[in-house]
Design a protein around this ligand. Structure first.
Ligand code: FES
Ligand SMILES: [Fe+2]
Length: 359
């Protein structure tokens, strides 16, 4: 698992007027809305004596710890200590990590890491969201599979013939006579297009955890054929090493009527089940390192590129050292470092250990 990505913490509608506990990167976070309705994301453990902030109460623009009532604002700064004498200064060390939040597409994203804004990979944009001529909806999948394994599946076109038999034809992706692949330039990751008959399928990854797919095809209609565009934007959040929440935004410019949703959704959930069953049973459980013994074929170039991309993130020192975290988790509270750690000192909670880049 890697820090320094935008991860979806919750769907907008899940965060009401109460705090919400969310797990990501193996850690707990406290989400809450201030008096203006703006969402905030804090590390869950109170620096006083370890209370769970997400079990506390919202007080104005602050989140109050359920144990002794310290109140933290959306920047993670403690603004009130109930037992402090009138006029006494709040210690500067009374602060928890607070993460940048961006709410859009009906999703609450948090940047879990310490990179300054200019260096962050932006959130994958879904320009069709809410646009005329497009119909969009959000789905949430819970899969017991590693994030990288899930991302690789999302980049993979050729499994459709075997895993999703209702929607593909035999031999559809036979390279040479039936299909061709072209790798494309993409600023925030890697992408490619696979062409087969009237189907053009572009897929790619954006950062480590976000993927997209554009599909153009000819639809059969009563009086001939019509072009159709189907697009997806997938935002995956590692709950821990072995499970993900996958937020999938679908967009289509055909069958726009609401009455078509039911039929399409049936197909989408069938797809979900087919991938889930497949991924929960593939091995190894953790993402293969680039040197793991697997036979990559021509169509797997995107998988090789993705693995290289991930290993660059490891070289940057962003990979969480899960073994160390697990070995010490009963005695130590860890925080994913927030951007404020680069600006100030005096942090009580220990930064989560990361794998040191190799020389
Ligand atoms: S543990 Fe949070 S106020 Fe004491
Ligand atoms: Fe699939």
């Amino acid at each position: 698992m890697y820090i320094n990505e935008w991860y979806v913490m919750a769907q907008s509608e899940e965060l009401t007027d109460r705090p919400l506990q969310v797990k990501a990167l193996g850690q707990k976070f406290a989400l809450f809305r201030d008096s203006n309705g703006n969402a905030h994301c804090l590390a869950n453990v109170c620096v006083h004596r370890g209370g769970s902030l997400s079990s506390g109460k919202i007080k104005g623009d602050c989140l109050q710890c359920p144990y002794h009532g310290l109140q933290y604002d959306g920047d993670g700064i403690c603004r009130f200590i109930p037992t402090l004498p009138e006029g006494a200064k709040i210690p500067e060390r009374a602060k928890v990590d607070a993460y940048p939040v961006d709410e859009r597409y009906g999703l609450i994203f948090a940047f879990l890491g310490d990179l300054p804004e200019a260096e962050r990979t932006p959130i994958l944009e879904a320009p069709e969201w809410g646009q005329d001529g497009w119909r969009t909806f959000n789905l949430l999948y819970h899969w017991h599979a590693n994030l990288e394994v899930v991302t690789e599946n999302s980049l993979d076109a050729t499994h459709a013939e075997f895993a999703h038999t209702a929607t593909s034809q035999e031999g559809q992706f036979r390279l040479g006579d039936r299909a061709s692949i072209e790798m494309l330039d993409y600023d925030w990751g890697n992408s490619y297009v696979i062409r087969s008959g009237s189907l053009d399928l572009t897929q790619g990854h954006h950062g480590i955890s976000q993927t997209f797919g554009y599909m153009n095809f000819e639809m059969k209609t009563a009086d001939g054929t019509e072009p159709g565009d189907f697009r997806f934007y997938a935002y995956a959040t590692p709950v821990d090493e072995y499970s993900v929440r996958r937020y999938l935004l679908h967009a289509r410019n055909f069958y726009l009527g609401e009455e078509n949703d039911k039929q399409l959704l049936k197909g989408v959930w069938q797809f979900e089940k087919e991938d889930r069953v497949l991924l929960e049973d593939t091995r190894p459980l953790l993402a293969p390192n680039p040197d793991t013994r697997q036979l990559l074929l021509t169509e797997d170039q995107i998988i090789a590129q993705y693995r290289d991309f991930v290993s660059q993130r490891q070289q940057a020192g962003w990979r969480i050292d899960t073994e160390r975290v697990n070995a010490t988790r009963e005695q130590t509270v860890y925080a994913i470092p927030s951007p404020a750690r680069r600006e100030s000192t005096g942090w009580i909670t220990e930064e989560i250990p990361r794998i040191r880049p190799s020389a």
